[in-house]
Design a protein around this ligand. Structure first.
Ligand SMILES: *[C@@H]1O[C@H](CO)[C@@H](O)[C@H](O)[C@H]1NC(C)=O
Ligand SMILES: *[C@@H]1O[C@H](CO)[C@@H](O)[C@H](O)[C@H]1NC(C)=O
Length: 223
């Protein structure tokens, strides 16, 4: 399994600076591809034909077929979006360590991206003011990410899995897994920012993105 750690994510704090800069370099090299994947891939989706059994219940995903000219040659991917990996951290579970999810009855349709966790996105409402504190590249990056972060809920502990597929089937065999941990210093961000589809198809590996709690809801060490 490859841990794809973005600068500013919790794990990166504990890594040596050497690793940190290695990942930073990787990020810089790969970001344009990832973001292209997020914003310009035209994909057609329909329900996947097969359900997958997990110990919490069955999952039905969505088949992503790439149609943009730059990605047309890629094999399809089956995406399982918004799979709960913990009980909703609300009410008695707020500020508590995550608790295993309850089994769901029947088939869970894992076909829509989950809400992002509540967060404080940088204020970019005034371009002139924003450009005084960030580069133009950063500003346009934030502008592109913003739509992926507008749907927020405290009930946000979900992950998204992108699996290489062929025809109507998940491709047989074992795959390496790339786990993408989003960054931005516990303040904002979501696994939803990264469409793992193109990455999964191109690299022939499984891509997992996920949300974790942010700000006071995620980092409070005082009950
Ligand atoms: C926000 O997420 C919820 C839960 O997944 C979903 O029901 C709702 O349609 C989403 N709203 C928008 C505007 O995407
Ligand atoms: C943005 O901020 C600048 C500097 O304060 C101000 O002059 C300008 O009118 C603002 N623009 C908008 C669209 O509010």
């Amino acid at each position: 399994m490859v841990l794809w750690i973005f600068p500013g994510c919790p794990l990166s704090r504990t890594l040596s600076s050497l690793y940190y800069y290695f990942w930073l370099l990787l990020l810089v090299l790969s970001l344009p591809d990832l973001i292209t994947a997020t914003t310009t891939s035209q994909t057609s989706h329909h329900f996947s034909f097969h359900t997958v059994n997990t110990k919490y219940g069955d999952l039905q995903g969505v088949r992503l077929q790439f149609s943009s000219s730059s990605a047309k040659h890629l094999d399809p991917v089956t995406a399982y979006l918004g799979i709960p990996y913990a009980s909703p951290p609300v009410n008695a579970y707020r500020f508590m360590p995550p608790v295993a999810p309850s089994p769901w009855g029947g088939v869970h349709f894992a076909v829509n991206l989950p809400p992002a966790c509540p967060q404080r996105f940088p204020d970019i409402s005034n371009e002139t003011i924003a450009l005084q504190v960030m580069t133009s590249q950063r500003y346009h990056f934030l502008l592109r990410l913003k739509p992926h972060l507008t749907n927020q809920s405290e009930d946000c502990l979900y992950l998204n899995i992108y699996v290489p597929s062929t025809g109507e089937e998940i491709r047989p065999g074992k795959f390496a897994i790339v786990l993408v941990i989003h960054g931005e210093s516990w303040e904002w961000g979501s696994g939803n920012e990264f469409d793992g589809g193109i990455l999964a198809s191109l690299g022939n590996h499984i891509v997992v993105t996920f949300n974790y709690r942010l700000g006071i809801l995620g980092e409070s060490e005082v009950p």
